[in-house]
Design a protein around this ligand. Structure first.
Ligand code: IPE
Ligand code: IPE
Ligand code: MG
Length: 263
């Protein structure tokens, strides 16, 4: 399943399922630069298999690894994934604890390979409210990869778009109260520089698996002009081919940004 292909630039990458005929159809000039994924449907997949919801999360981790590899091969600029929302604390403590344990395990297991793949990991959300152990692991991973120049891999944990905007507004208000910034000087660029995703390009494409068609508080500001791709496939069954299918679909979109088509 793992094959070597040539992608943008002159470097070869190992990417999953690169021998699929689908890859021939990629328009390298029209790939999204920043893709965001709402990895949904782990629980429904598990139920369908007669398994516990937690087994769905474990299966979902494998999908994430394959999709990150594919994003590296496609030389995307950034991949941002929704792993845990500010609303997900409403779930039973056993599921929450299981998820936190899974994040920690994933980091431990995948850290060096991501680093070798030149990935630059960054965590977005209220990281300060996680357990000290997990927080330390996240900071260490960020530090290890901070000089890397490949795919920016943003993992949203305890993240909410409204919460992110609220924190940005508070910090700007503080700066204004301290006389560091004039209210008239607050513009879109300044707001962006106060978001957790500062330094990233706007989101070009949001993918949501499992059939629900909503944002669930993900990247509200950053997705202002994103294209949306919804698929009924549950996250544990979402393959690199499905990811490439979304890329091909995106390449056919007419992005007008409020203007007129350039034809
Ligand atoms: C997404 O799968 C993973 C997280 C939210 C952590 P779900 O757990 O939401 O799966 P469904 O939506 O219940 O099937
Ligand atoms: C969104 O999925 C959050 C993540 C994928 C981490 P949810 O399953 O929590 O979203 P809702 O509750 O269906 O909107
Ligand atoms: Mg869900």
């Amino acid at each position: 399943m793992w094959r070597r292909i040539f992608s943008r630039g002159d470097k070869a990458f190992e990417i999953p399922a690169a021998d699929s005929p689908l890859f021939e159809r990629i328009d390298w000039e029209r790939l999204p630069r920043h893709v965001a994924i709402i990895m949904d449907g782990n629980g429904r997949w598990a139920k369908g298999q007669g398994l516990l919801r937690t087994a769905g999360h474990t299966a979902g981790v494998k999908t994430l690894k394959n999709i990150l590899k594919t994003a590296i091969g496609l030389k995307l600029d950034a991949l941002t994934v929704y792993a845990f929302s500010t609303e997900n604390w409403k779930r039973p403590a056993t599921e929450v604890d299981f998820l936190m344990g899974l994040f920690s395990e994933y980091l431990k297991k995948e850290l060096m390979e991501m680093h070798e793949d030149n990935v630059r990991i960054h965590f977005i959300g209220r990281i300060g409210e996680l357990s000290p152990g997990l927080m330390r692991q996240m900071h260490e991973a960020e530090e290890l990869m901070q000089g890397n120049t490949g795919v920016k891999f943003n993992v949203a944990v305890n993240y909410g778009g409204q919460d992110e905007l609220l924190r940005a507004v508070r910090s700007l208000a503080r700066e204004a109260a301290e006389g560091k910034v004039a209210p008239e000087a607050i513009d879109a660029a300044l707001i962006e520089s106060h978001l957790d995703t500062a330094g990233n390009l706007p989101v070009d494409l949001v993918i949501r698996t499992s059939g629900d068609e909503r944002l669930s508080n993900f990247l509200l500001w950053q997705s202002a002009y994103a294209e949306f791709y919804f698929t009924p496939i549950n996250w544990p069954e979402f393959t690199p081919e499905d990811f490439v299918t979304a890329m091909i679909d995106f390449a056919g979109r007419d992005r007008r940004f409020g203007g007129l088509t350039n034809q």
